[in-house]
Design a protein. Sequence first.
Length: 451
Amino acid sequence: MPTVRLTRKTIATLPASERRVVFYDETLKGFGLAVRPTGARKWIVEYRPGSGGRGVAKRRITLGDPETLTPEAARAMAKEILAKARLGQDVAAERSSERLAETVAEIAERWMANHVEPKRKPSTAALYRGVLDCHILPALGSRKAVSLTRQDVSKMHQKVAAKVIVKAEPRARRGARVKSRGGPYIANRCLAVVKAMFSWALDMGLLPESSPNPAARVEAFREKGRERFLTEAEMGRLGVALSKAETEGLPWQVDETMPNAKHLPKTKNRVTCFDAHSVAAVRLLLLTGARVSEILNLEWKNVDWERGLLRLPDSKTGAKPIFLSSAALAILDELPKLGRYVIASTSAGTSKEKPRADINRLWRAVRTEAGLEGVRLHDLRHSAAAVGAGAGLSLHQIGGLLGHSQPSTTRRYAHLADDPMRRAADVIGSEVASALGLGTNVVPLVRASRT
């Protein structure tokens, strides 16, 4: 093979050939320019991996073409590769492995199929699948898993945190017309999914042991607790709205600018009465402190009338009982039994009966009627716990009623238990003040907030 000084001037005068020819550089051994009969030219570098020697086959790496890569830049790249080869690194083999390596999307599919779906609850698997499909895979799915960096994950994390507005399809009949997607909370869920997925891939040997977890040191956004406790007055308004929902009906709102709005009934006739089962579901949520899914998936066979409790075969924390008050038992006793499930759905009593998917339509109407904008259905669970804390129940009792597996989960209600202690202090204080003859000179002490 010919040897020349590879410069800009030299490569411009290289002769054409009827077969493939490699012109090697005079000064840098292994660096050359491959010229094909078609006129295509590529910078190449050759080396012998490992200990070298003629008994070891050469490796060849293509660096680029002269039209986009200058001789100086190509020579610098070749020097770097040759230096790594002298230290025992096989750059060509590494590149080949990277090309054959699995993408983030392929790792995600294996993780879901072999780990999440067989070992996690269906609701957890559905959450992970939604996070992957909506946020992670569109941003990172085509990337090779071995080449994913912390910067890539951080960029995705930041992008998801910035909420975007998504409009519904023009012909969509159900759901809100405009929805927000993303935000700090869902961004943190994305980060947790990526971290768990790569930890599993490393444990399974799908990635080199030396590969770092790209999500390991990405800092999550600070999450603020979203507990909302209903006051006694708010519970009263909620009760009135629920009664009205199943008797007189509640008004429903429409977009007057829609093309078909002129065909809608008059405003005074836009009233909807809701079924007793959906209304009972909201009442049971507040009376029991149960999760929404636990009430909607509740079957009649799980109601223990004799002992006054619900025996849930499965929940977020596993099998557990839910103790019922007399008010909750009365609601269950009055409900018509239309099928397997306590909160009957439209398929109740059929061979393909399914539990009710949600009660969001009722909740939106009731929430508006009661003036509780921003209150979530899950906040009813928090409110039940708050009532227990205010009544002087211990955190252990509240955690047992709500089915918390970790004491730290119940600790959020600790500050609500101050009121019974303050009332007890007032009782003692009044008795002592009377004995001391302080009488009406005693004034209540205003608690100052600490700055």
